[in-house]
Design a protein around this ligand. Structure first.
Ligand SMILES: Cc1ncc(COP(=O)(O)O)c(C=O)c1O
Length: 428
C-alpha cells in the first residue's frame, strides 16, 4: 500500500485520529494471489474471517468465490449477512470452534453450516442439541509452527483440534451419532520458513491420506490457513507458483489414496488482509527518560493509538513497520524512538519484543502534530481491538481504486460503550 501523506492528512482532519485505512487495490491483489494458488481442479479457498470480519472485506471475498471459515455463531451470522449461503451444499460457511458458546449451536441448527469440531465432547453437544447433518473434524496432527509460540496450532502444547491418535475413537463416536464426516481439517500455523511450511503441509496431506480408508463420506480435506506475510519486508513475495503446485499435488495424493474425488481446501486469514490496512495515529508529544541504575533512558513518541487499537505488538511482541510523516514535510534525522500509546498500561508500546522489552526503532525525529503510520495492520488489527479504558474503537475507512474514500465504521461513542449495560432483575 503506497502512502499518500496529503490524503492521510486530509483524512486525519476529517475523521480524526487514530483511524484505520483499507486499500481496496491491495486487498484485491491478495485475493487474486489466493485465487491463483487455488486455481486447480478440486481446490477451494476459504477466508478465515476472524482476521478481519468487516462486511466490505467479506463482500470482496464473496464476489471472488472464496468461502468462509468462521469461529463463532456471530461470525457465521456476519458472513450470512454479507451474502454467503448457509447449508452444506456446498458448505460455503464452516464453523471451526473448540467450544460452542453463546449462539453457536443455535446457528448451526438454524443455518445448517458445517460444524468443524475441535474437541471430542462436541459430538455429544451436537447430539444433545438435536443436530442432524455432517461434521468436519479438526485434527491436531502433532506438528506445526505459529508465528509466535502463543499461536502454535499443532503439537502437544496446542489446545486446538483432536489429537491425531484419538481420531479412530472420534470416528466411532461420529458414526454412533449418525454424523457423516465430510471434512478433515488441521491448521499448522503461519510461522515457519517457507520450506518448513511446504514440508509441514506435505506431511499433513500424507497423514490425512492414511485416514481416508476409514472415511467413506469424506468430501474434502482442509490444510488450514498459515500462508505467511512478511511484516518486515514489503517487497518480500511468497512463491505462489510453488504453493499452487503443492496444493494441486496434495489433492492428487488424497484422490489417489481415496480412490475417488476429494476436494482440497485452504483457509488463510492474514495473507489476504495483513497489508491491506494501515493504522494512522498522531504524535501528541515527545519525552525522555534518562539512564540510571535500572537501565537505559529512552525517547518516547506519544501517539493517540494504543493497544486498544492494535494489540499484536503488546500481545505477541509482533513487529509492524512504522512511518513518521512530519507535519512540515521536513526531512529529519533518524533517532531511536519508543512509540507509546495513551492507555494507562506500561505495556502500551508498539516497539517492543516478545520478551516485553522495549525495542527502540530508528525513525525520523518525531514532533507533536506528525502523523505516524503502523503498517500491515489489516489482519488481527481492528478485529482484536477493544474498549479497554473506555476508549471507543477508531473508525475504519476504505480507499477505493478510483481514489474515493468511504467510512465503513464510525468512531465508537460513549453510547456504544454503554449499550449493553442494564439493570435487569434475574429470577434465581
Ligand atoms: C483454524 C484456523 N484457520 C485459519 C487460521 C488463519 O491463519 P492465518 O491468519 O495465519 O492464515 C487460523 C489461525 O489461527 C486457524 O486457527
Amino acid at each position: 500500500m503506497t502512502l499518500n501523506p496529503e490524503l492521510l492528512q486530509k483524512l486525519a482532519n476529517t475523521a480524526g485520529t487514530p483511524f484505520w485505512l483499507y486499500d481496496a487495490a491491495t486487498l484485491r491483489q491478495r485475493i487474486a494471489d489466493i485465487k491463483f494458488i487455488t486455481d486447480s481442479p478440486g481446490v477451494q479457498a476459504r477466508f478465515a474471517m476472524k482476521a478481519c470480519p468487516a462486511t466490505k472485506v467479506l463482500q470482496e471475498m464473496q464476489k471472488a468465490g472464496i468461502w468462509i471459515d468462521a469461529v463463532s455463531g456471530n461470525e457465521v451470522l456476519r458472513a450470512l449477512a454479507a451474502g454467503f449461503q448457509g447449508g452444506q451444499e456446498p458448505a460455503q460457511v464452516c464453523l471451526t470452534c473448540d467450544v460452542f458458546r453463546d449462539n453457536a449451536l443455535d446457528v448451526v441448527l438454524k443455518h445448517g453450516v458445517l460444524p468443524n469440531i475441535g474437541s471430542p465432547g462436541q459430538i455429544q453437544d451436537l447430539v444433545k442439541a438435536g443436530y442432524k447433518g455432517a461434521i468436519s473434524v479438526r485434527v491436531n496432527p502433532g506438528f506445526g509452527h505459529g508465528h509466535v509460540n502463543a499461536c502454535d496450532t499443532g503439537g502437544p502444547s496446542s489446545k486446538h483440534g483432536i489429537w491425531f491418535e484419538d481420531f479412530a475413537e472420534i470416528n466411532k463416536a461420529a458414526q454412533a451419532a449418525g454424523f457423516p464426516i465430510h471434512m478433515l481439517h488441521a491448521h499448522i500455523g503461519s510461522g515457519p520458513q517457507f520450506d518448513e511450511l511446504v514440508d509441514n503441509l506435505t506431511q499433513l496431506a500424507e497423514e490425512f491420506a492414511s485416514f481416508l480408508p476409514q472415511l467413506p463420506y469424506l468430501r474434502s480435506v482442509s490444510l488450514g490457513g498459515g500462508i505467511p506475510h512478511n511484516y518486515r519486508d514489503p517487497q518480500a513475495k511468497v512463491p505462489l507458483e510453488r504453493l499452487k503446485k503443492l496444493f494441486a499435488d496434495c489433492r492428487e495424493r488424497l484422490v489417489a489414496a481415496a480412490g475417488r474425488p476429494i476436494g482440497l481446501e485452504i483457509e488463510p486469514g492474514r495473507y489476504y488482509v495483513a497489508p491491506t490496512c494501515i493504522l494512522v495515529a498522531k504524535v501528541t508529544d515527545v519525552k525522555r527518560t534518562r539512564d540510571n541504575i535500572k537501565g537505559a533512558g529512552a525517547t518516547f513518541a506519544m501517539v493517540d493509538a494504543g493497544f486498544v487499537d492494535l494489540v499484536r505488538p503488546a500481545m505477541y511482541g509482533s513487529y509492524h513497520r512504522i512511518t513518521v510523516l512530519p507535519h512540515d514535510g521536513a526531512q529529519r534525522p533518524e533517532v531511536p524512538i519508543v512509540v507509546a500509546g495513551p492507555l494507562c498500561e506500561s505495556g502500551d508500546v508498539f516497539t517492543r519484543d516478545d520478551q516485553e522489552l522495549l525495542q527502540p526503532r530508528d525513525l525520523p525525529q518525531p514532533e507533536a502534530g506528525d502523523l505516524l503510520v503502523l503498517h500491515d495492520a489489516g489482519a488481527y488489527g481492528y478485529a482484536m481491538s477493544s474498549n479497554y479504558n473506555s476508549i471507543g474503537r477508531a473508525p475504519q475507512l476504505w480507499l477505493e481504486e478510483d481514489g474515493s474514500v468511504q467510512m465503513i465504521s464510525r468512531r465508537e461513542t460513549l453510547a456504544d460503550l454503554l449499550k449493553a449495560e442494564c439493570s435487569e432483575k434475574l429470577s434465581v
